[in-house]
Design a protein around this ligand. Structure first.
Ligand SMILES: [Zn+2]
Length: 172
């Protein structure tokens, strides 16, 4: 990557693995699931000591195969990420969170996406160290199960156990 890193927050647009992957001719046994894992593996394998960002907006994609694959790929990533984090999948927009093994150890791949007709875009960021934990979306950081709130109380306090974050209020 011969990108300038002067600003400390590099935006890498050349050698974008998302663009490369989507436009590569598909093998006979391809699946969206395999493409999704291949993308995460390619991003994890990037040798960079810095946080990298990969952005793709469907409006900028002209390749026909890429246009056809982008939405199913994002839906697949959304399901995968939700399963790995243990939250319900949001298919039309939300956040990605993956942990994969890179050449020098674990790599975190976080991102945001939109997947609605007319608005399809994705941003993925690769981190070499654990990102700060994100607020649990289920309890909005309160640690309280919204269903049990005010229903079950222990010693006059609301039961603080949220089934998603186990009452922590954050998800690693
Ligand atoms: Zn929670």
């Amino acid at each position: 990557m011969a990108q300038s890193h002067e600003k400390g927050d590099p935006i890498v647009t050349a050698n974008n693995p998302i663009i490369d992957l989507l436009s590569t001719p598909l093998g006979p046994d391809w699946t969206v699931e395999k493409l999704a894992e291949q993308l995460l593996g390619t991003i994890a394998a990037q040798s960079s000591g810095e946080t990298q960002e990969f952005v793709l907006d469907a409006d900028a994609v002209t390749d026909r195969q890429s246009r056809r694959l982008l939405r199913p790929l994002l839906a697949c990533l959304a399901i995968k990420s939700a399963a790995e984090v243990g939250i319900p999948a949001e298919l039309y927009g939300g956040c990605f969170s993956f942990k994969r093994l890179g050449p020098e150890g674990p790599v975190w791949i976080l991102g945001q996406f939109e997947n609605r007709s007319g608005s399809v875009r994705v941003t993925l960021r690769r981190f070499n160290s654990p990102p700060p934990p994100t607020q649990c979306r289920y309890c909005k950081g309160s640690g309280i199960d919204p269903r049990s709130h005010h229903r079950f109380t222990t010693g006059g306090h609301d039961d603080r156990r949220c089934p998603r974050c186990d009452g922590q209020g954050t998800i690693d």
